[in-house]
Design a protein around this ligand. Structure first.
Ligand SMILES: NC(=O)c1ccc[n+]([C@@H]2O[C@H](COP(=O)([O-])OP(=O)(O)OC[C@H]3O[C@@H](n4cnc5c(N)ncnc54)[C@H](OP(=O)(O)O)[C@@H]3O)[C@@H](O)[C@H]2O)c1
Length: 322
């Protein structure tokens, strides 16, 4: 009932205020929540907005669309290539960000996908690579620029990861795997086949666990995660049948309304560090996170995740420390 109430009756605050002087990066911003979040930032006067997208053509269409509906002009928005299905692309993007941007005030790590079939991308099932491993690889690689921004301009930048309320649907049987084997079990096509419907929720649950681990260190940068609620977007582009479109018809927020949660989380301060936000407020994630086994599970997952990130880019996880 809480979900239905939230979808139908909660009023999300329309973003206001000025973002003048701020440089903002939004990943997955050629469409959906990311594009509408970028449109809010453009409307509110952000000085520089990077649309981080896997298709430059689609990014350019989004840029033209945002420019035509705001008075941001032609120089505010830039389209940069980022394919979260490729660790090399994540590294290239982060290197460009480090060298080309003088500051980053808000980084919305929003790109994500929901698949109905198993695909191996890099060394994991695709949703695990894109939503989890690449998202935290990217976070680690851009944190130095956010920390530098904090020190140079005496501000507290924010890195907000778009998670999901759907995380609560993950029963996560793979958590009972032997020590060091949780990700291997999640990625095992035979093991995951039995619970593949839960793979997307699980990827979003893993994001929440990781943000809580990052939140244990004072970085001078806020790292939080958010649920946008259930929204109109292209996320379920692979889904078939009529159940999902029906549910969408009755319950989904508009993309613009959902994007308010993305802008809100990106605009929050240190009180949200390590926290999960829902309906534009700090909220409790599911009991699997906060319950008696949550702490131990968080530590096991963080150990495995950081080992995977170190294998991709040795030394990178030091960026999660103060
Ligand atoms: N809509 C909802 O109800 C809902 C609910 C909870 C959470 N979320 C989360 O919200 C975020 C945004 O999703 P959305 O609903 O706006 O869906 P969307 O309309 O499908 O947008 C997803 C964005 O992520 C990008 N993306 C996907 N795979 C990528 C990759 N490998 N590399 C780079 N970019 C990639 C997509 O680019 P392409 O267009 O090129 O594929 C697109 O720009 C996701 O993290 C999603 O999990 C959505």
């Amino acid at each position: 009932m809480g979900f239905v109430y939230s979808q139908l009756f909660v009023q999300l605050p329309y973003p206001t205020g000025s973002y003048a002087g701020k440089t903002i990066v939004v990943t997955g911003s050629n469409t959906g929540l990311g594009k509408e979040a970028a449109r809010h930032y453009a409307r509110l006067g952000a000085s520089r907005i990077i649309l981080a997208v896997r298709s430059i053509d689609k990014g350019n269409v989004a840029k033209a669309d945002i420019e035509s509906t705001t008075s941001c002009g032609e120089k505010t928005i830039e389209v940069w290539q980022l394919d979260m299905g490729s660790y090399a692309s994540v590294k290239d993007f982060a290197a460009k960000l480090q060298s080309k941007l003088g500051r980053v005030d808000i980084f919305n790590a929003n790109a994500g996908l929901a698949k109905t079939k198993y695909n191996l991308v890099e060394d994991n099932e695709e949703m695990i690579t894109v939503n989890v491993i690449s998202t935290f690889l990217l976070a680690a690689l851009v944190l130095p620029k956010l920390k530098e921004t904090a020190n140079r301009f005496n501000v507290q930048p924010t890195l907000a990861i778009t998670s999901s309320g759907a995380h609560a649907f993950a029963k996560f049987p793979q958590k009972d795997a032997a020590e060091g084997q949780i990700f291997n079990t999640i990625n095992d096509p035979n093991a995951s086949q039995k619970v593949f419907g839960e793979q997307y929720p699980l990827s979003k649950l893993l994001e929440i666990f990781a943000v809580r681990s990052i939140g244990e260190k004072d970085l001078g940068v806020t790292v939080n995660c958010l649920s946008p609620g259930f929204c109109e977007s292209e996320l379920a582009r692979d889904a078939d049948g009529i159940a999902f479109p029906m549910m969408k018809f009755f319950l989904a927020r508009t993309t613009e309304k959902g994007s308010r949660t993305v802008v809100h989380a990106g605009s929050c301060g240190s009180e949200t560090h390590g926290k999960y936000l829902s309906d534009c407020k700090v909220a409790e994630p599911a009991a699997i996170v906060t319950g008696p086994e949550g702490r131990k599970l968080q530590e096991r997952l963080w150990d495995e995740l950081t080992q995977k990130l170190e294998a991709i880019q040795p030394g990178v996880t030091a960026n999660f420390r103060s």
